[in-house]
Structure formats: structure tokens, C-alpha cells
Design a protein around this ligand. Structure first.
Ligand SMILES: Nc1nc2c(ncn2[C@@H]2O[C@H](COP(=O)(O)OP(=O)(O)OP(=O)(O)O)[C@@H](O)[C@H]2O)c(=O)[nH]1
Ligand SMILES: [Mg+2]
Length: 437
């Protein structure tokens, strides 16, 4: 099966906590604070890597976590930063935030990378909270939050090589012989109703092949499965035109070749300009020395095509054909100079998902106030972090929290709402008493 879509969960590392510690030295009665800072949590990032072709790996492993930062320790020792996690994906992978559907990054070329979850900041140790009035701060900051989010990975596969031909000539059989794809195969026309993709792996290269529903006369006007699928092959660089040389179905392969090419020409000239190889399939039924095959070969070569005798069912001649396709692809790629028009990128520049940390939020410092009966309720990201770091058994620590509420202007807003000494304040589920300093 060809996987081109996966949903995984990623989690960045949380920041390490700052340390509460005091110097202990012989003959120094009251050593000052020496708690070091916590380390930063690791980021999670995606990087496009040429060694990958599919999203197969993500079917088996669905959770990815970067390392947490280590806590700070005494003697001003910093906690180690958490290691960042680099997740390799194939080039062409689109990384999206699953919940919002917003794009995080479009990793087109090998080496392209994007951070999808930032690690939390390290908390500051108590050594940072020493001041002239607070000689022995008995509190430190907790580490910044870890971020967990679901990520949708999508591999926008553009086939390099397209398999075309009349129904029932063996296109899907050829795809299954050349790749690990398992398309439906049947001895009746229009077995394939939607395109199948597979990856051909050769010694030193690989490429994507698309098998499309059979074409018939009048396809360009909507006959058969119509023009819908011709669009698919429009983006390929090389076509492999599969014909049934056995004539088993009463078909004349040389006539088929001309008919299909006439269809392609009616659809758009662009298709006919592609490099085209002929797979003379079902050769097992007549043999490569047979007069029928040799006549067909002469005919096709006269039209300028290279012909490869193949038995998709017996897997004969398939690797020669695929090597030739790889060569044609390499030539097509070196010849193509598609600088792009520039307009297309400007036209619909997508909305991007913001992967910043809570700390980077423009409203990080805001404090929201509401009143619940006699209780004043406070909420806010920075406030919550300071609140989490507060040691309510330590007056210095509590005072630090009060000061923050005071300095942020929230205290004045509370007083305007009627807050007085001794009233109750709630942050999250925790209530405490307000004392005017
Ligand atoms: N003898 C022989 N039979 C083949 C060969 N390749 C395919 N077939 C048979 O031809 C029939 C059609 O094969 P498919 O691969 O489904 O053909 P298709 O071109 O994908 O057909 P549609 O999807 O209907 O357009 C099946 O019965 C295959 O087993 C071959 O090399 N030799
Ligand atoms: Mg088919």
C-alpha cells in the first residue's frame, strides 16, 4: 500500500525548573541563594530528507517527544537543555496543524525544515530573585510549558512517470511488477477507476509511477473515464505507453498506438511533447522473435519511439524498461527549466499556523479579571506561570506574586472593582487572601 498521509502526535520538551538552594559552606552562617536555572525544553522539528520517499514509517510510530530540560541545581548549576527532536520526512511533505487545519510548513526540497513545537523556557533559579530586601528567596520559577499537538503529514506525490494505454493492456500489472503497489488487476476493461501510485526503486535512483484508468477513443471529449485522468498525466515528465502486442483481444497494437497518441494530441499538445517509451506488453504470448512483434517494433520505431518487449505478468523486461524510464526522466529533468511565473506563489499564499510558545503570545502578560460573588478571579498566561512557581509557605515568594499583580496594574483594576484588604482572590482552583502591602 502506498501511504501518503499520516497523523502523529508531537510533544516538545518542557523547561526544567529553577532550583531553590542556599550556599552551605563551613564557617559561613547564612550562605546566599545559589539555585541555578532549569534548561530549555527541546523543540520538535521536521526536516525533508532525500533518503525517504514515503510516510510509511509514521504508520508504526505515532508519538514523538523531544527531551525535557533538566532542573537547575545548587551551586548555580544550570540544568541541561533538552535535546531537540528532528523528524525526517520525504521531500514534498506538507506539515499541518491537525486541529486548526493551518499550514506549519511545506517542505519541498531536501534540507527544508520547520519547527512544529517549541520547547518550554527554563525556569530561573532562586539566585535570580535575590534583592536588597529579599536576601533568602525561598522560591524559583517552574519551567515553561511543553507543547503537544497533532500533526497531519501529507506527501503530495507528483508522479514522474505515467502509464497510459487502452483498457486491459496490463498497465496495473506493470505497476505491480515494477513497484510494491498492489493495484486491482482484472481481465476486463476499466478495472482501474482511479489512479494508483507506486515507487520504482533502482540501484541509484527512484521515481514515482502513476497507473491511470484506460484511455479510449474519444477520451478527450469525456468518453470512458474521461479527461479527468488526463490531467493526472499532464504533470508527469515521462510516459510509458503500454500496448498489448499479443493481439489477443483482437486489437491491432500499431493502430492502438496511433489512436492513443491522437487522443493525447486532441487533449493538449503538451502531453505529446513528453518523452514516451513503448512497453510492448504480453510478449510471453507471442515471443520477441515473432513476426507480429517485429512488425510492430518496426512501425513504432518509424514513429520515433523506443520499444521494450515486456511481460508484466512474468516480470520480464520490466527492469530494462524502468532503467530506460529513469534515463528519460533524468534527461527531461536536466532539460526542463521551469523558473515558475512568480505569480502563482503570490496568488494564494496560505495562512500559516503560529507555533510560538505561550511566552511569545502577545497576550502573554495580560491579566483577565472577573468577579464570582465575593471572589475575584484572575487568569493570564504569565500570571499562571508565576502562580505555579509560588511557594505559599514562603512570604517572600507570595510577595513576589503580589508584586506582580501590583506592577501589572491588575491590583488597581481590582481595587476599582471593590477589592479590599482581606478579600479572596482565585487563580485556577486556588484561593488566597489579598493583603495590601
Ligand atoms: N499473458 C499476459 N497477460 C497479462 C500481462 N500483463 C497483464 N496481463 C493480463 O491482462 C489483464 C489486464 O491487466 P490489467 O493490469 O488489469 O490491465 P490494465 O491496463 O490496468 O486495465 P484497466 O485498468 O482496465 O485499464 C489481466 O488479466 C492480466 O493478468 C502479460 O504480460 N502477459
Ligand atoms: Mg488497471
Amino acid at each position: 500500500m502506498f501511504v501518503d498521509r499520516a497523523v502523529i502526535t508531537i510533544r516538545s520538551g518542557k523547561g526544567g525548573a529553577g532550583s531553590v538552594s542556599f550556599r552551605r559552606e563551613p564557617y559561613v552562617p547564612d550562605g546566599g541563594p545559589d539555585g541555578g536555572d532549569g534548561g530549555k525544553g527541546g523543540d520538535v522539528m521536521f526536516v525533508a530528507d532525500d533518503s525517504l520517499r514515503t510516510l510509511m514509517d509514521f504508520r508504526y510510530k505515532r508519538r514523538y517527544a523531544a527531551q525535557d530540560g533538566q532542573d537547575g541545581t545548587g551551586r548555580k548549576r544550570f540544568g541541561k537543555n533538552g535535546e531537540k527532536l528532528v523528524i525526517k520526512v520525504p521531500p514534498g511533505t506538507v506539515v499541518t496543524d491537525e486541529a486548526s487545519g493551518l499550514l506549519i510548513g511545506d517542505l519541498v526540497c531536501a534540507g527544508d525544515g520547520v519547527v512544529a513545537a517549541k520547547g518550554g523556557k527554563g525556569g530561573r533559579g532562586n539566585v535570580n530573585f535575590k534583592s536588597s530586601v529579599r536576601r533568602a528567596p525561598n522560591f524559583a520559577e517552574t519551567g515553561g510549558f511543553a507543547t503537544e499537538r497533532k500533526i497531519l503529514l501529507e506527501l503530495k506525490l507528483i508522479a514522474d512517470v505515467g502509464l497510459i494505454g487502452f483498457p486491459n493492456v496490463g498497465k496495473s500489472t506493470l505497476l505491480s511488477a515494477a513497484t510494491s503497489a498492489k493495484p486491482k488487476i482484472g481481465n476486463y476493461p476499466f478495472t482501474t477507476t482511479t489512479p494508483n501510485l507506486g515507487v520504482v526503486e533502482l540501484y541509484d535512483t527512484s521515481f514515482v509511477v502513476a497507473d491511470i484508468p484506460g484511455l479510449i477513443e474519444g477520451a478527450h471529449t469525456g468518453a470512458g473515464l474521461g479527461t479527468e485522468f488526463l490531467k493526472h498525466i499532464e504533470r508527469t515528465k515521462v510516459l510509458i505507453h503500454v500496448v498489448d502486442v499479443s493481439g489477443a483481444e483482437g486489437r491491432d497494437p500499431a493502430r492502438d498506438l496511433r489512436l492513443i497518441n491522437a487522443e493525447l494530441e486532441s487533449y493538449t499538445v503538451n502531453l505529446l511533447c513528453k518523452s514516451q517509451l513503448i512497453a510492448a506488453n504480453k510478449i510471453d504470448l507471442i515471443g520477441a522473435e515473432s513476426a507480429e512483434y517485429l512488425a510492430f517494433k518496426r512501425d513504432a520505431e518509424a514513429l520515433g519511439f523506443a520499444v521494450f518487449p515486456v511481460s508484466a505478468v512474468a516480470r520480464q523486461g520490466v527492469s530494462d524498461l524502468m532503467n530506460a524510464a529513469a534515463g528519460a526522466l533524468a534527461r527531461a529533468e536536466s532539460a526542463s527549466t521551469h523558473p515558475g511565473t512568480g505569480a502563482e506563489t503570490e496568488a494564494d499564499s496560505p495562512a500559516y499556523f503560529d507555533v510560538s510558545r505561550p511566552e511569545d503570545d502577545p497576550h502573554y502578560r495580560d491579566i483577565e479579571i472577573s468577579v464570582d460573588g465575593p471572589v475575584y478571579v484572575l487568569a493570564g498566561l504569565q500570571l499562571l506561570k508565576i502562580f505555579n512557581s509560588t511557594n505559599f509557605n514562603d512570604m517572600g515568594s507570595v510577595r513576589y506574586l503580589y508584586k506582580h499583580i501590583e506592577k501589572s496594574g491588575a491590583a488597581d483594576r481590582l481595587r476599582a472593582l471593590g477589592l479590599r484588604d482581606g478579600d479572596t482572590i482565585r487563580i485556577r482552583d486556588f484561593e488566597f487572601i489579598w493583603y495590601d502591602e
